[in-house]
Structure formats: C-alpha cells, structure tokens
Design a protein. Structure first.
Lengths: 415, 233
C-alpha cells in the first residue's frame, strides 16, 4: 500500500497547479464549515445557556395539562404535596440532577397605588432558584443588597414595568391575585430590585418568595406550579427526561392517566427552533462542502485519467493488475483529500484561535458584551474530516474504475 | 517446443456493420531465443499480431499459444498476470512514466506487478542499468533523456523481470538512424546474454535486415519469411 501511496503522491505533483487549486478549494471548504460550526456552536451554546440558566432550567416537571394551559397559569393544575414528594424523591435518586427549584406561578395585578397593571408572579425559594438558574442573579439590575436575592415581603419587579410605574427599590407596591376559590387577595411588598428580562425587551415576570406566594393565594399546603431542574450536563437532558417519564409513568391521576409530565427545555422555549435552525444551517453548509469536494476531486481525477490514458495502457500492458490500477487512482484522491483536510483543520484551528484572541463581543437579549468564544470539538473535526475524505474517495471511484477497466490496446493508441 | 505457435490465427475488427479482417489465417512458430521481426507496411496486421501474442487482444479464430498458454483463454486479470510474469514490452513512443526516474521506471514491474522484495529488486535494477549502459543516468527523469536513452530504459524495463519474451512494436520508429541501430544492437546483446526471445515489428527495410528471422505481412496475410533458424512458417 505504501508503494502505491508514494506513486500516487508523485502523480499528484505532476500537475502541481491543478492539485494545489483543488486542494485549496477543499481547504477553504473545510475552514468555512469548521469556522461556521465553531461560531454557531458557540452562539447556540450561549443562547441555550442564557435561556436555561436564566429562567427555564434544563427541564421542568408539571402536573399533566399545565403546560397546555400555561398562558392562564391555572392554579387548579398545581401539583399537590404527594405529587411534589414523588417528584422530589425521583430527582434525589437521579445522579444527573444538580439542583431544582419549585415555583408557584400566578397571574396577578400590580399596583403602585396610582396605577395598576397585570404581572406574572413567580413564587420561588431564592436559594434554590439561584442554584437552579445560575444566571438569574445577573438579571438583577443595579443590585442593592448582598446575600439572598429576595427576602419575605420583597418583590423583584420587571424593569420595564418598574420604569413605566416609576417604581424603585424600597418603594411599596401591592400585588392582588385571585386564588383558586375565586376570592381576591392582596399583599403589599417592598421593591427589592428591578429585574431584566432574560430574552430581550418586555417581560412581565416578577419574583416573590414562595411562602409569600402561598400567603397571597391562601394556599395552606406546600403545593407548587412547576419544578425547574438543572442537570450537571445539559446534553443529558433527553436521557433524564426519558428516565423521569418512565419513573412517573406509574403516578396516575383520577382518570388513570399519568399525573405528571416532564418537558425538556426544547419543548418549553421558542428558542429551540433557532437552535434547530442553526443545526439545519450546519447541515446545509456541510452539503455545500460535500458538493465542493465531490465536484473538484471528481474533476481533477477525471482529468488525471484522461491525460494519462496512454500511461494507463502502458502499465496495464506490462502486467499491472486492474485492482492495483484502481488502488493507484483511489490513492490519489485519498491523498489529495487527506492532505487538504489536514491543512484545512490546521487553518481552522488557527482561525478559531485568532477569532478568540480578537475578543469579539455581541449582544443577546438584555445580555451585552457577550464574548464570542468559538470552540472546535474533536468530534466536529473528526466528522468533517471523515466526510471530506469519504466523499473524495467516492468522487475518485468512477474515474479510478474507468482507468482499471481500460482496454490496454485502446489506451495505448490514445493520442 | 515452440515458444510461440500460431495455427490459422485470424483477427477481425468490427467497423459499423462490417467485419474488417486485420489478420487472416496465419500460421507460424517461433523458437526460444529467436530474434524475429514482423515486417510490412502500415495496416498489414503487424501490431495486431503482436498484441495477440502479448495477450492484449484475442484472435477471432485459430489457436495462438505463447509459452504453452492459449492466450485466448485468459481473462483480463489472468492476462495481466501472464504478461507480468512472462513478457516484456517495448513501445514506439517509449512510454516511460514521466514522474518516475530512470531507476524507478525500470523498477516499476518488480515493484507494482511482481512485488519483489526491496534488496532483490534494487540489485536487479542496478544490473539492468549496467547492462543497458544507463547506470549514470539512473536519477534522471525521462524528459531529461534523448530518444535513444529512453528506449534503452524501455529495454531494461522490458527485461528486468526476466521476461522470456519481449515484444517491441516499432521500437525504432521514433529514433534516428544511429540510435535505432544502437537499440537493436542492445536488444541482440540482451538476447545473447539472457536468452530472451525478441519479437518486434517494423516497416523500415534497413531495420528489418537486423532481424535473424523476418515474417512479412501484407493485408493481414503472411506472405513470406526469411528464416535463418529459430522460427518456422
């Protein structure tokens, strides 16, 4: 095999300019794909991280039917204490789970005693919420206190609402909500801080302590609307969702249907579509790369066979077995692809290094000056390299086969 | 036993719906160690006959035996193996591989066809380079050689695998007079030293006189032979 590769290498140098041109096309293709994968991968990771680490969690557990009716934040679909206990037992048993935060969610009215508007109240345990959503604290604007993000009797007010109502930390506001029985209850809160939305302008999510939420709604048992869960590894979301679904399959409601439902972040956020779009674009650009490699390698190998017809006739006449002629031309395509891919990978790593050294920043939602951290994984490099090399060999197959099957007499007569 | 034996060998080519005869019912035999020329004008069937002897083409009818093997029975792979093990070829245009040096061109059949081990291979190539007087040109590429030198390399390549039979199609057609005679002298010398049978084609009357045996072809028919021993028609 080595001798065939050596001869193949010699043959590639025969038309140096053409080989170099084809190799450069492959290099450009590889660099384009790997850079795209590195940058979009970084953006996707950041975007998903912002969403899951700011408010969503990696997965959430609700009572059956809650997510379908989530716009109305139905209190009658809160999880009662026995269900909560079952969920917590399952979460404690799952080694992938890093933290979880139980929440009570309710639609309410917010008043500064002069004006009133609607607000979506999230009752949370501040410590658990901070552990489950590590970026939650970063959403607090101009934080005025150290320690826990929230104490009993305090509220974190969405920034636009605070601006519109001219509410500032230390002011007193009133939150009014209707409980499950239909009675209207109100409670005064001190504004602790203002809170940015995780995903951009707007957002009407305010946060109070979970015990205050229960008091506001006159809930006497520790029921919750949802449990947000953080995993040690985001990539394990699908596996953990499946495992929890299996674990909860035996927890039935009065209709003998599963009482709980588990959703990964992808099912809960429209940003999952953007992530999917990024994946789709990556696939598309890989297809473009495949086309570049296929066309350029096939072109160069077809020309190589065409220009060496008499030589093929000569080596066939002196007894070179057809399979060895096939191997010779396949080796040329393989070698060209391997060398060009290696060069492309080296250039891509250098480009990623340069990109990261340039400290490029961008804005996502309310998060500004996010530094672009392009990353190339060994898996991405291996996948792209394998695809390029396989396609190059595939593109060489037809001309190589033609060379191997060439009639020596016809080939020797070729002018 | 004859090295080559042809009995009523014919070859027709199809041109559209018409069969065009290239070789018509030729009979001949060639003994080992002979120095034979097929002569005749262009289109007389010389090259076709050489191609059939070399297993590159098959007779349409008749029986053609080379080294005891009926070449018509060999498939593509078997024919390649037969040629690699027994035959050497010299071409009118030299047909050296341009990216390989003189040494590597001569080495090619041992390396890519017969898989000889390195030391044995190199010793054999060096011996051939000495024999054809090209040892001092071993590192050159074909485009750095004269026509005569290229054909010397081609002779060495044809003989390097200890071929029993060397087929040369118009080996002197692209050489000047002096070079042509030197190449023929080399072929004869190699025949004398190695006992290899040489069969070549030519339409040059001066060159054909160098052969010890000549077969004359006209319109695919064997019309006459000048037999000085070693071949029978």
């Amino acid at each position: 095999m080595l001798k065939i590769l050596k001869l193949a290498a010699r043959n590639l140098t025969r038309y140096g300019r053409r080989t170099a041109l084809t190799a450069s096309l492959i290099v450009i293709g590889v660099v384009a794909v790997l850079l795209f994968v590195a940058v979009t991968g970084s953006f996707k990771t950041m975007m998903v991280g912002q969403i899951t680490d700011s408010f969503l969690g990696h997965l959430q557990i609700h009572r059956k039917g809650y997510v379908a009716a989530i716009d109305t934040l139905p209190l009658n679909l809160n999880m009662p204490p026995p269900l909560v206990a079952k969920v917590e037992d399952a979460l404690k048993a799952a080694p992938e789970v890093a933290a979880w935060s139980a929440r009570i969610k309710v639609g309410a009215m917010f008043s500064n005693f002069t004006e009133t508007t609607s607000i979506r109240i999230n009752g949370v345990d501040p410590d658990r919420e901070a552990a489950t959503e590590p970026l939650f604290a970063g959403r607090v604007q101009n934080r005025t206190h150290d320690g826990p993000l929230l104490a009993r009797g305090e509220i974190l007010v969405p920034v636009l609402l605070a601006t519109g109502f001219k509410v500032k930390p230390g002011d007193t506001v009133v939150v009014v909500a209707t409980n499950r029985d239909g009675s209207v209850n109100g409670k005064t809160f001190t504004v602790r801080d203002t809170l940015e939305s995780a995903t951009g302008p707007g957002g009407r999510d305010g946060y109070i302590h979970i015990d205050d939420a229960r008091e506001l709604l006159r809930i006497e048992t520790p029921e919750v609307s949802e449990i947000a869960v953080r995993l040690h590894d985001l990539a394990r979301t699908g596996t953990v969702v499946a495992r929890l679904e299996t674990a909860f399959a035996s927890v039935l409601n009065q209709q003998d249907k599963p009482a709980l439902e588990v959703h990964g972040w992808q099912k809960l956020s429209p940003f999952a579509s953007i992530a999917n779009m990024i994946d789709l674009m990556t696939v598309l650009i890989k297809i473009v790369l495949v086309a570049i490699v296929l066309v350029s390698v096939m072109n160069v190998m077809v020309m190589a066979v065409y220009e060496r017809v008499r030589e093929i006739g000569t080596i066939a006449a002196i007894g070179t077995p057809p399979r060895r002629i096939l191997a010779l031309f396949l080796s040329e395509g393989l070698l060209l692809a391997v060398v060009a891919t290696l060069a492309g990978v080296v250039a891509s790593i250098a480009a990623v290094f340069a990109l990261n050294a340039a400290d490029i920043t961008y804005t996502f939602g309310q998060q500004q000056d996010i530094v672009l951290v392009a990353r190339l994984s060994a898996r991405d490099i291996a996948t792209v390299s394998a695809v390029v090399i396989a396609i190059a060999v595939l593109a060489t197959l037809q001309p190589a086969w033609k060379a191997a099957r060439m009639d020596p007499i016809t080939a020797l007569r070729h002018v | 036993m004859a090295l080559i034996e042809a009995v009523q060998v014919s070859k027709n080519y199809r041109a559209g719906s018409v069969d065009v005869p290239a070789v018509r019912s030729v009979d001949f035999s060639i003994e080992p160690g002979a120095f034979v020329a097929f002569v005749g004008p262009s289109g007389s069937g010389k090259s076709t006959l050489l191609n059939m002897i070399g297993g590159l083409d098959r007779p349409s009818s008749g029986r053609l035996t080379v080294l005891g093997t009926d070449v018509a029975t060999l498939d593509r792979t078997a024919a390649a193996a037969f040629r690699g093990a027994n035959l050497g070829f010299i071409f009118q245009d030299f047909n050296l591989i341009p990216v390989l040096t003189v040494f590597e061109n001569i080495e090619y059949p041992l390396l890519m066809v017969l898989d000889w081990p390195l030391e044995k291979r190199h010793a054999q190539v060096r011996a051939m380079l000495d024999a054809v007087g090209m040892a001092d040109q071993a590192g050159k590429r074909p485009d750095q050689l004269s026509g005569g030198q290229k054909q010397r390399v081609a002779v060495a390549r044809a003989l390097v695998a200890n071929a029993k039979l060397v087929l040369a199609d118009e080996p002197t057609a692209n050489l000047d007079h002096d070079s042509a005679y030197r190449v023929l002298a080399l072929m004869k010398k190699m025949r004398d030293e190695l006992g290899t049978t040489f069969v070549f084609s030519t339409h040059d009357p001066k060159i054909m006189n160098e052969a010890e045996i000549t077969f004359t072809l006209e319109d695919g028919r064997l019309t006459q032979n000048a037999n000085h021993g070693g071949a029978h028609a």
